[in-house]
Structures are given as structure tokens and as C-alpha cells.
Ligand binder design. Structure first.
Ligand SMILES: [Zn+2]
Ligand SMILES: [Zn+2]
Length: 317
């Protein structure tokens, strides 16, 4: 059998396809390059008063992490820098009721992960640590002794809900609707049928430039504000401790601190995959960046940046 000569037409098509692929890759890489959002104006706001009770404490409960590069977390991040995405819950102990901010990875994370879209699973590997419920039990807590407050309803924040079937879960009306209307982004939240949701309203006035707020115990110690964009009902939780230290748990408005401090949004492909309204996320980053510059006593805690949690003690050292 003689070897046939490759047609010049086929060679041209292959060349065109290779060129198109290169152009596509170059365009994709350009969306990962640094592009700081314009800084917003200084905010005409005061640090709101807070009278947190003595004995109020804040702990971190690391439940695992997702392997990531800095380049996937924020524009301008390096492809060569390992920047794992920490999956951490935070426990606020308050005399009027303890509160777990998000749940992190729960006992069922391996089965829940299989429910996520194939494309996401292909680029995602993770490691699990002790689930929050077990860390709490080891510290002497029963799950019904606290409430859970969700920053939002994505998989890595709601995985542990299955471990807390009798625990009230505070959620905004918008986020509850987001869960109930279906879609892959909230498939893990829906995989747990026994969640005991409690919706709350923002009946309080403006807070640090946010139009409304929900002061959980009326003492300014735990104040929740709406921060829609990453999801329709995302929130930021401001926590003030007795010693004067303040924290802003910002959920996934940014994945890493650079998102806020350097006003670098997520790369395009990730905005497309995970954000409900990227324009609102941008507004949120610009506002938070101005707040962070103005009030340096507030530690900004993106949900997946281990550095934001670093000075919080572990529940079980
Ligand atoms: Zn998220
Ligand atoms: Zn997340």
C-alpha cells in the first residue's frame, strides 16, 4: 500500500485551527492579567459603635482546602504560585447564642462533589480535614446549641449542612430563592433535605455605606449586610470583639485578599462560572476596598484566604 500525500487543503485547515487555538489561549490568558478596578471615592461613614459582651470569642474551624494557583483566584495572580483555597468555618461564641459562619466541608463532601459539573471537577482537587461538626463535638458542643449563618449557598459553604439536621440555618430570602430555583451552583445545598432554614430581614439602617443591615443581637457585635453579586443573597458579616478587633467575613466577594486590597476581580472564566452578577461583584470590591483603606482596624476575611483567619485561634488547638 502506498502512502498517500497529505492534501494541501487539509494542511491549511490544520494550520488555521492551530492559529485559532493560539489566539483563543492568548485571549484567555489576557483575562487573567492584572487589571485593577478604579478606586472609589473616600466614604463619608464612621465606624459604627459596638458593645460586644465580655466573653465573646471567635475561632476558626479549618475543614479542608482546594488546590489552586494564585492566577485562578484574582487577576494578576501568578500561574506558578500555589495558593490553595482554604475552606474554613468560623465560630462566634456570644452569650446570647453561638453562631457558625458557613460550614465548610462536611462528612459527605466526597459524594457531594460528584454532583458538581464535570468541567469543574476536572479542574478541581481538594483535601479534607476534620468536619466542623466533629471539631465542635470534640470541644463539647452539641449541634443544636448553635445556629449557622451562611455567607452564601455554594457547595464549599453548605457541604456541612448535612451534619447539622436540627440546627437553625440563617439565610437571606434572596439566597433561599437562589437555592430553591435549582441550578448546579446550589446542587450541594439542595442535596440535604433536612436543612432547617430561617430567613431574616435587613430591618436595620445603613452600616458602613451598605444601605441596610441586620444587627443580630442589637449590640453591634455581629452585623450582617447584603452584598449581592457573587450570588443573589450573599452577605458580609461584620464581627466586633470585646478587645476592639473587628473582622469582615466577606464570603466569596473575593477569594483572596488581593481581590479587595488590589481591587483585582476574578479572571473572566471564573466570573463566568461562579458569579451571578459580575457588575455587582465589582461594585462590592470597590466599596470594600475603600472601607478597608479607611478602617484598618477591620480585618478583611475572604472565605478562602487562610491569611484572613490566621490570628483566630483553632477551636481544638
Ligand atoms: Zn461561592
Ligand atoms: Zn466558596
Amino acid at each position: 500500500m502506498t502512502k498517500g500525500r497529505r492534501s494541501p487543503h487539509v494542511a491549511k485547515v490544520r494550520l488555521a485551527l492551530a492559529a485559532a487555538a493560539l489566539v483563543g489561549i492568548a485571549a484567555l490568558l489576557r483575562t487573567c492579567a492584572s487589571a485593577p478596578l478604579p478606586a472609589g471615592p473616600a466614604l463619608a461613614v464612621q465606624l459604627p459603635p459596638a458593645t460586644p459582651p465580655a466573653g465573646m470569642t471567635l475561632h476558626r474551624l479549618p475543614t479542608g482546602f482546594v488546590h489552586r494557583r494564585a492566577a485562578s483566584a484574582y487577576r494578576g495572580g501568578s500561574f506558578f504560585e500555589e495558593r490553595n483555597s482554604a475552606v474554613i468555618a468560623a465560630l462566634i461564641a456570644h452569650p446570647r447564642g453561638d453562631l457558625l459562619i458557613d460550614t465548610g466541608f462536611g462528612r459527605d463532601i466526597d459524594a457531594q462533589f460528584q454532583r458538581l459539573p464535570l468541567a469543574f471537577r476536572l479542574v478541581t482537587t481538594y483535601e479534607r480535614a476534620l468536619p466542623a461538626v466533629e471539631q465542635l463535638r470534640a470541644a463539647g458542643y452539641e449541634p443544636n446549641e448553635l445556629r449557622i449563618l451562611l455567607t452564601h449557598a455554594h457547595w464549599d459553604h453548605t457541604s456541612g449542612l448535612a451534619d447539622f439536621p436540627t440546627t437553625p440555618v440563617l439565610i437571606t430570602r434572596e439566597e433561599r430563592r437562589f437555592v430553591d430555583e435549582g441550578g448546579v451552583r446550589t446542587v450541594v445545598a439542595r442535596s440535604t433535605s433536612a436543612v432547617h432554614y430561617e430567613e431574616y430581614d435587613f430591618e436595620g439602617g445603613p452600616y458602613l455605606g451598605y444601605p441596610k443591615s441586620h444587627d443580630l443581637y442589637g449590640d453591634g457585635a455581629i452585623v450582617v449586610v447584603p452584598a449581592p453579586g457573587h450570588t443573589p443573597g450573599s452577605v458580609i458579616v461584620f464581627v466586633s470583639l470585646p478587645a476592639g478587633k473587628r473582622y469582615a467575613f466577606i464570603g466569596d466577594l473575593a477569594w483572596q485578599r488581593e481581590g479587595v486590597v488590589e481591587r483585582e476581580e476574578r479572571p473572566w472564566i471564573w466570573r463566568l462560572a461562579v458569579d451571578s452578577d459580575e457588575a455587582k461583584v465589582r461594585d462590592g470590591l470597590v466599596h470594600l476596598s475603600a472601607l478597608s483603606a479607611q478602617f484598618q482596624e477591620i480585618t478583611i476575611v475572604p472565605a478562602h484566604d487562610a491569611r484572613g483567619f490566621a490570628d483566630l485561634p483553632l477551636l481544638q488547638p
